[in-house]
Design a protein around this ligand. Structure first.
Ligand code: ZN
Length: 485
C-alpha cells in the first residue's frame, strides 16, 4: 500500500466531540481551547502558500469573496473573528446567498469549515481579536514550521506550550521533503482541501469531523452522515438510520472477540475483535471511510483484504451490544515487521487512555508472534506524540523496577520494543548518552523516579488506571513464531 508521511496517525489530545456540545466547556477551559486551536501542524504548511497567495480582501462584482481572498471570518465554535483565507465558495443549499469554506490562517487545517456569508467580511485589523498577529505570510508560516511566533506563544499557558511544541516540531515542513514526496503531498492537499462531511452521528454521539473522506456519490456531499453504530453503514437521513437499526443484525463488530475485560461497577466491559479484511470487506471499508474523517493522510479505503483490523469496543449492557471506540489495522504480512498501520480513537472516546490501550495490544500481538514490531513509518504528528509517550512510560517503568541496571538491548528483549524506538524515547527524556559508538543509559534511580512521577501527573493513562491486561487476550499467532530473517 502506498505510504506517505503522516499516513499513520493516532488521535490523542485534540478531541473535538462536537463543537456545539463542547462550546460551553471550551469557554470555561481556556487552556484547553488553546490546545485545541493550536495543536497539530499538518495543513499549516499550507498557511504559507495561502498567505503568500492571499489577494486583497476585495470582493468581486457580485460581492463574493473568491478563492485566495483574505477575510475576517467568525468561527462557528467560539464566535471569535479570525484572519482566514477563502478556499472555496458555493451557493447555499437552502435559500439565497453563498457560504465560504475557509482556512483560519494561524490554525490547524482540521478546523477548516464552511461559514455563512454573514460571518465573512473584508479583512481588517481589529483590536482584541485573534488574527494571528497580522504579520506577513512568511511569519505565519515560520510559526507553523516549529518556531511559534511570539504572539501565539504569549497566549499559551505553560502546559499547552509544551504540547504545542511537541506537536509542532514533529513533521518536517513540506518544503523539506524530497521532490517526489512534495508532489504527492501537494496533490493530496489539493484533493482533500475541502472537507465534505462535517459531522457524523454514531449511536448517541455526534462528532465533528476533521478531514476529507471519499464517501461515494451523494453521501460525500452531505454535511452530516448517520452511521450505524454496529455495522458502520452510512446513511444520509436520520429516519433511514432508525429504520436500518430495526433490520440490522449486528450487535457488535463482525469477526472474533479475542479479548474481554471486565472493569469495576459502572465501567464498560472492553473488548477486542479481530477482523480479516478479506472476510468482512464491507465492514472494513465502512470503517476506513469513517476513520478517514479523523486521519489526514490515510490512503487506504477500499483495498482492505491484505489487512487485519482490531476493533476496541465498550459494552455497558453486560455483553449484549458492543460499540466501537477505536481500532488499529495491521498488514497480514509485513516485510518490515510493522505491527500497526493505522490507529484511531474516535473523538468521542478520547482522553480516556484508549490510544495507549490500542498500542499495548499491538505489541502483545507481536510478542506472541515472536517479532520485534514497530508502527509503520512515517509517523504522523499525533502518532509520534502518542508513541513517544507510550514508549517513555513503559521504559521508565522497566528502569524503575530494575533500579536502572539495564542496557538498551536488555530493555528491547524485555519489552519487545525495537532498540531505536527505545533510544528515541530515552532521548526525548534526555536519559541517554552516545559514547564510543554506543548508547549508554544515563539514569539514576532518583531521576527515573522523578520522571515517572511527573509522567503520572500528566498522563491520561496513569490517571484513568486503564491498563491493558495481556492475560485476557485469547489469541495465538496463526503459525508458530516466525523464524527471524
Ligand atoms: Zn447496521
Amino acid at each position: 500500500m502506498s505510504q506517505r508521511r503522516g499516513h499513520f496517525t493516532t488521535t490523542r489530545a485534540i478531541d473535538r466531540v462536537s463543537r456545539r456540545a463542547m462550546n460551553d466547556a471550551e469557554k470555561r477551559d481556556d487552556d484547553d481551547v488553546n490546545d485545541r486551536a493550536n495543536a497539530g501542524k499538518d495543513g499549516e504548511g499550507e498557511g504559507e502558500e495561502d498567505a503568500g497567495e492571499a489577494r486583497d480582501a476585495v470582493a468581486n462584482d457580485d460581492g463574493i469573496f473568491e478563492s485566495g481572498h483574505e477575510i475576517t471570518a467568525k468561527s462557528s465554535w467560539d464566535g471569535v473573528k479570525r484572519r482566514a483565507i477563502v478556499i472555496e465558495h458555493r451557493a447555499k443549499t437552502d435559500g439565497d446567498g453563498v457560504e465560504y469554506y475557509v482556512h483560519y490562517s494561524e490554525l490547524n487545517k482540521r478546523l477548516d469549515e464552511w461559514i455563512d456569508e454573514g460571518d465573512a467580511e473584508a479583512f481588517a485589523e481589529l483590536d482584541g481579536v485573534v488574527l494571528g498577529g497580522g504579520e506577513s505570510g512568511k511569519d505565519l508560516a515560520s510559526s507553523a514550521n516549529g518556531s511559534a511566533n511570539a504572539l501565539e506563544m504569549k497566549t499559551l499557558t505553560r502546559n499547552s506550550k509544551r504540547r504545542f511544541n511537541e506537536i509542532h516540531n514533529v513533521d518536517a515542513p513540506v518544503e523539506d521533503l524530497p521532490p517526489i514526496d512534495q508532489m504527492f503531498e501537494r496533490e493530496h492537499e489539493e484533493k482533500t482541501k475541502v472537507k465534505n462531511v462535517h459531522s457524523i452521528e454514531l449511536g448517541r454521539h455526534e462528532m465533528d469531523t476533521w478531514y476529507y473522506s471519499p464517501y461515494p456519490d451523494d453521501f460525500g456531499k452531505c454535511s452530516k452522515l448517520y452511521v450505524c453504530r454496529f455495522c458502520l453503514k452510512y446513511m444520509r437521513k436520520q429516519k433511514t438510520c432508525v429504520r436500518h437499526r430495526e433490520t440490522c443484525s449486528f450487535k457488535n463488530p463482525p469477526g472474533k472477540r479475542i479479548y474481554r475485560h471486565e472493569q469495576g461497577p459502572g465501567e464498560p466491559i472492553l473488548g477486542f475483535w479481530e477482523i480479516d479484511g478479506k472476510h468482512f470487506k464491507t465492514y472494513c471499508q465502512n470503517l476506513c471511510l469513517l476513520a478517514k474523517l479523523f486521519l489526514d493522510h490515510k490512503t487506504l479505503y477500499f483495498d482492505v483484504e491484505p489487512f487485519l483490523f482490531y476493533i476496541l469496543t465498550e459494552s455497558y449492557d453486560g455483553d449484549k451490544t458492543h460499540d466501537i471506540v477505536g481500532y488499529f489495522s495491521k498488514e497480514k504480512s509485513s516485510y518490515d515487521d510493522y505491527n500497526l498501520a493505522c490507529i484511531l480513537t474516535l473523538p468521542a472516546y478520547q482522553r480516556k487512555g484508549y490510544g495507549s490501550f490500542l498500542i499495548s495490544m499491538s505489541y502483545e500481538l507481536s510478542r506472541r508472534e515472536g517479532i520485534l514490531g514497530t508502527p509503520e513509518r512515517p509517523l504522523s504528528d499525533l502518532g509520534q506524540v502518542s508513541y513517544r509517550s507510550y514508549w517513555s512510560r513503559v521504559v521508565l517503568d522497566a528502569l524503575h523496577k530494575n533500579r536502572g541496571n539495564l542496557s538498551v538491548k536488555d530493555l528491547s528483549q524485555m519489552l519487545m520494543f525495537r532498540e531505536d524506538d527505545i533510544v528515541s524515547a530515552l532521548q526525548s527524556l534526555n536519559l541517554i548518552k552516545y559514547w564510543k559508538g554506543q548508547h549508554i543509559i544515563a539514569a539514576s534511580p532518583k531521576i527515573v523516579e522523578e520522571h515517572l512521577k511527573s509522567f503520572q501527573n500528566n498522563s491520561i493513562t496513569a490517571r484513568s488506571r486503564l491498563e491493558f491486561n495481556p492475560e485476557l487476550l485469547t489469541w495465538q499467532p496463526p503459525q508458530p513464531p516466525a523464524v527471524k530473517k
